[in-house]
Design a protein around this ligand. Sequence first.
Ligand code: NAD
Length: 259
Amino acid sequence: MTIGKRLADRVAIITGGAAGIGAAIAHAFCDEGARVVVADRDEDSAKRTASTLGANAIAMAVDVTNEDQVRRVVADAVARFGRIDILVNNAGIMRKAYVKDMTEQLWNAVVDVNLKATFLCSKAVLPAMIERRSGRIINIASIAGKIGEPTASAYSAAKWGVIGFTRSLALEVAQHEILVNAICPGPIPTALGQQGWRDGAQVEGVDLDRIMARVGSRSPLRRLGTVEQVAKMALFIASDDCDFTTGSAFNVDGGIVMN
Ligand SMILES: NC(=O)c1ccc[n+]([C@@H]2O[C@H](COP(=O)([O-])OP(=O)(O)OC[C@H]3O[C@@H](n4cnc5c(N)ncnc54)[C@H](O)[C@@H]3O)[C@@H](O)[C@H]2O)c1
């Protein structure tokens, strides 16, 4: 029964939906009546996550950096559910290195998943959204897209790019009633977050405890975030409660960045 729910009968694709923030968004959307495609390169994990969400969720395997695979997933989702109302560009990876040591391969991998894929997935859903004169695109950026971070230049550059892409696309598609916004989470202990802190300790040659003390004291609220806090913001942006905002980048970061 979906009557009265905030996303009743909406169809959402969530990239990187198998784990972490994406899985929390999938749960939040399903709880509010959405039908959800958990799209992830880790097919087993995507299936496990979708199976916890009930009949309204399906898993699809996709590498979001591959345009053919992205197009196929979108076509399959439309064939299955008839339309796409919401795209959450959430898939991401983090790799750490000082610029002087960074390989071209590392740079490309980080920029491709975090930035190029946001373009590819957005492009793929636009025809269906434009046809219906309705749609929401939510890009999971990062506070690293608003401030610099040593050893994370590729990630930070990609996330700044995601925010720039969000603003430009918002201007392009406002005429079609498609709203495009970004979310900038602060530090959250997911697989990506924890790997980033371990890699940071190794690259900087310091103890993980020191990195964690630094991370924990960054926010005025003196705590890390949770995946549920980001999911609640995504739910708000996807819902009718947020119908006059486009091109914005909302921080969910305990006050680390205040612009
Ligand atoms: N955790 C944090 O501290 C934090 C902070 C700011 C922003 N973010 C952003 O939030 C998003 C989600 O991160 P998370 O922390 O939940 O990470 P996570 O590692 O828990 O989950 C990321 C998911 O993306 C999937 N994925 C990675 N590459 C993919 C690809 N090429 N194709 C399809 N799926 C792919 C992974 O399989 C995984 O399921 C990312 O965009 C990340 O940059 C995270």
